[in-house]
Write a protein that binds this ligand. Structure first.
Ligand code: THU
Length: 130
């Protein structure tokens, strides 16, 4: 089963009573394990969390360290672009060359990388010497 298939499977569990827009994310960690996430919305709208953030949280909670590859899937006309906050979150736990597959439930695929999604990400090095 591909990482997109894993993301599609978990997407069904998304909690989206406000947007009705289900998103699933699947990470393969550098340790070789699978970590899944969905968007989880909240009546206080800004407190909702994205599928990517959920998958990263699952990876860290499981004791793994880095993203080797991630796939994100939604039911929309074109592959959904991760929000700005998730781009920064991905940059924290992946390399600029880490592959990202953005997929739609009707079979479209956009292959990109963490560095293409967020060139010049803020990182720990920015605080050297503080
Ligand atoms: N969403 C994600 O979970 N990931 C993305 O890459 C884009 C958007 C969620 C947030 C919100 O629950 C819904 O999709 C609509 O924006």
């Amino acid at each position: 089963m591909s990482l997109v298939d894993d993301a599609a499977r978990v997407r069904e569990n998304a909690y989206v009573p406000y947007s009705r827009f289900k998103v699933g994310a699947a990470i393969r960690s550098t340790e070789g394990n699978l970590h899944l996430g969905v968007n989880v919305e909240n009546a206080a709208y800004p407190e909702g969390t994205c599928a990517e953030a959920g998958a990263i949280a699952a990876m860290i909670a499981a004791g793994d360290s880095r993203i080797a590859e991630i796939a994100v899937i939604a039911d929309c006309p074109a592959p959904v672009p991760p929000c700005g906050g998730c781009r920064q979150k991905l940059a924290e736990f992946a390399d600029p060359t880490t592959p990202v597959t953005l997929a739609t439930t009707d079979g479209k695929r956009l292959e990109t990388t963490v560095g293409d999604l967020l060139p010049g990400a803020f990182g720990m090095g920015h605080m050297d010497g503080v």
